[in-house]
Design a protein around this ligand. Structure first.
Ligand code: AMP
Length: 603
């Protein structure tokens, strides 16, 4: 059996490792480093340049040097992304593309170039070809982002054996030497572009993820952007005449590079001298940047991780005091302010025995070792980070697999038709935590045809299955005819960035409004069912009740109609209940009438 490598495909850096005599080892690239910058320089002519040599091109050719492409994987470009990058990002038929001159690339094509370099360098080092890989993804990646990562691996020539969540991988790296332990650990992973928090239980070789949370748009890149803004402001304050010059992309790229180097040093030094050369002339801008200044801009960014940590603890039903360790992963966790912040939230000093840049790759390699049989007695039980469901009547989200369900898993439900003689249903597959379908990510939609029947008579089974890679397979079946469709969700997707942002950052903020919307929609559905039924009953059996009773029912109907216009959920709910209650005897009369008619027909 050929070897399986473990790969951490990072926003900023990527790493590759392999099992060697039962131990996970990371392989140095041709430049002699275990970290390969996830940067690709695409010259006007000639082959792409990948890694450290590409990173050096960033300040010289910002428009042709792609970095942080992981932020764009499985995404459509939004306005903020366009502002963020010095290279061109455009949206075409729901897809997002990077534009370089006449050519355009999908984000996964760029990622595949990074993977190709890792593969080639590792093959050179090991002296044999490598075809199989385990690749890590942020736990909070949605289905589309996972699919895009898998495609990147395949484009690079790998059979992607498994995709594993980054914090889970880090926990494997931490726990491999402690397989006999019984402990609960939190993995706080703040990288260049994403933040993940996972809580795991380690019990005699079984790693069970209890909960996971995070944000795919939060990381060190945000600090870099704010730092560029701060340095720009400082230069303008001293040289207002340079304002226009400071908008130049090349210049911004230079400030970014210098600011980034200063940021790294400020994790260990209190103050650093930055010298920014100007575009024209021989002047430069000397500036003393302090850790305090950096922390002032980093603090609001780091604070954004708080709600995710609390939610994760809550989902795991754990008090911070019950945790045994907090492991730090991702380069940003080298910043003292991040360590202090983590210590405050989890009420303990974080464990820093793991190299924050390498733990994920080591974990991916361990998973590769588990798949190839080189590591035994370890079992990994991961969870799905976001709920999955379909849209139902009234535009509501109907959850089939709730978030934090252990994967692989399967769930199904029977649905019916809302309209008589309907012959097709549209299945809209959603991912997210919001009550209304429109606020969740739409992963895909497809039609299922079935035999026309009366309202409520169709039986459509929908089954969701999440495989060990966290990828979703959807099956829909008309149980009467057995007609079914199994769908791939990778195409025809149009996720708006607005929705992405809403989903991750605001699902908590919107919890109350969402619930109110859901309750309102449910009440409206109820009215829509009740009103026509009562009107039809009045036509059929209205003459069998007292005039006063008829008047009362008309009053109740009127109140429902008025409440429908009010948008007050309590009022509508109450009006529905009163109408329901006040027309119970009509139902009895209707049944009597139906029975009498049946008896007449028999005769
Ligand atoms: P990762 O995605 O895990 O490779 O993390 C990379 C991010 O960590 C980038 O935003 C880096 O700028 C940041 N980073 C790496 N080392 C340090 C450091 N010593 N201090 C502060 N940030 C760092």
């Amino acid at each position: 059996m050929s070897e399986i490598v473990g790969i951490d495909l990072g926003t900023t850096n990527s790493l590759i490792g392999v099992m060697d005599a039962g131990f996970p080892i990371l392989i140095a690239n041709q430049e002699g480093s275990r970290l390969t910058p996830s940067v690709v320089y695409l010259p006007e002519s000639g082959d792409p340049v990948v890694g450290a040599p590409a990173d050096r091109m960033r300040a010289l050719f910002p428009e042709r040097t792609i970095y942080s492409v992981k932020r764009l994987m499985g995404r459509r470009p939004g306005e903020s992304e366009k502002e963020d990058f010095p290279f061109a990002v455009k949206s075409q038929s729901g897809q997002m593309l990077l534009e370089l001159g006449q050519r355009s690339f999908k984000p996964e094509e760029i990622s595949s170039l990074v993977l190709k370099k890792l593969k080639a360098d590792a093959e050179l080092s090991l002296g044999n070809p490598i075809e199989r890989a385990v690749i890590t993804v942020p736990a909070y990646f949605n289905d589309l982002q996972r699919q895009a990562t898998k495609r990147a691996g395949e484009l690079a020539g790998f059979a992607v054996e498994r995709m594993i969540n980054e914090p889970t991988a880090a926990a494997l790296a931490y726990g491999l030497n402690r397989l006999d332990d019984h402990s609960r650990i939190a993995v706080y992973d703040l990288g260049g572009g994403t933040f993940d928090i996972s809580i795991l239980e380690l019990n005699e070789g079984v790693f069970r993820v209890l909960s996971t949370n995070g944000n795919t748009r939060l990381g060190g890149d945000d600090i870099d952007r704010e730092l560029v803004r701060l340095l720009r402001e400082r230069i303008i304050a001293r040289h207002p005449e340079l304002r226009q010059e400071l908008d130049d992309k090349l210049f911004i790229a230079r400030i970014r590079e210098i600011g980034h180097a200063a940021k790294l040093r400020l994790s260990t030094e209190e103050t650093v001298q930055v010298d920014i050369p100007f575009l024209s002339g021989d002047r430069s801008f000397p500036y003393h940047l302090t850790r305090q200044e950096l922390e002032a801009i980093a603090r609001p960014i780091v604070r954004r991780t708080r709600s995710h940590c609390l939610r994760s603890l809550d989902d795991a039903k754990l008090d911070p005091a019950k945790l045994d360790e907090v492991i730090l992963v991702g380069g940003v966790t080298r910043m003292p302010i991040v360590r202090q912040f983590v210590a405050e939230i989890f009420q303990r000093l974080p464990n820093n025995t793991q190299n924050p840049d390498e733990a994920v790759a080591v974990g991916a390699t361990i998973q590769a070792g588990m798949l190839s049989g080189q590591i035994q007695n370890v079992l990994l039980l991961d969870v799905t980070p976001l709920s999955l469901g379909i849209e139902t009547f009234g535009g509501l989200m109907n959850v089939l697999i709730p978030r934090n369900s252990t994967i692989p898993c399967k769930a199904g439900e029977l649905f019916t038709n809302a309209v008589a003689n309907q012959s097709v249903v549209q299945i809209v597959v959603l991912q997210g935590e919001r009550e209304l379908a429109k606020d969740n990510w739409e992963l895909g939609r497809f039609d299922l045809e079935f035999e026309p029947v009366s309202k409520g008579f169709a039986r459509i089974g929908v089954q969701f299955e999440i495989d060990a890679d966290g990828i979703l397979h959807v099956l829909a079946r008309d149980t009467r005819t057995g007609r079914q469709r199994l769908i791939e969700l990778s195409s025809a997707v149009d996720v708006s960035d607005e929705a992405v942002e809403k989903m991750i950052a605001e699902s908590l903020d919107h919890a109350f409004e969402d619930m109110a919307d859901r309750l309102w929609t449910e009440a409206v559905l109820k009215s829509n069912e009740l009103l026509p039924a009562v009107r039809s009953a009045l036509t059929l059996v209205g003459d069998q009740i007292e005039l006063d009773d008829r008047r009362k029912i008309h009053r109740l109907v009127n109140e429902v109609e008025v409440a429908l216009k009010s948008r007050e959920h309590h009022r509508l709910k109450k009006a529905n209940a009163e109408l329901d209650e006040g027309t119970q005897h009509l139902a009895t009369l209707l049944i009597d009438r139906a029975m009498a008619e049946a008896a007449r027909r028999k005769k």
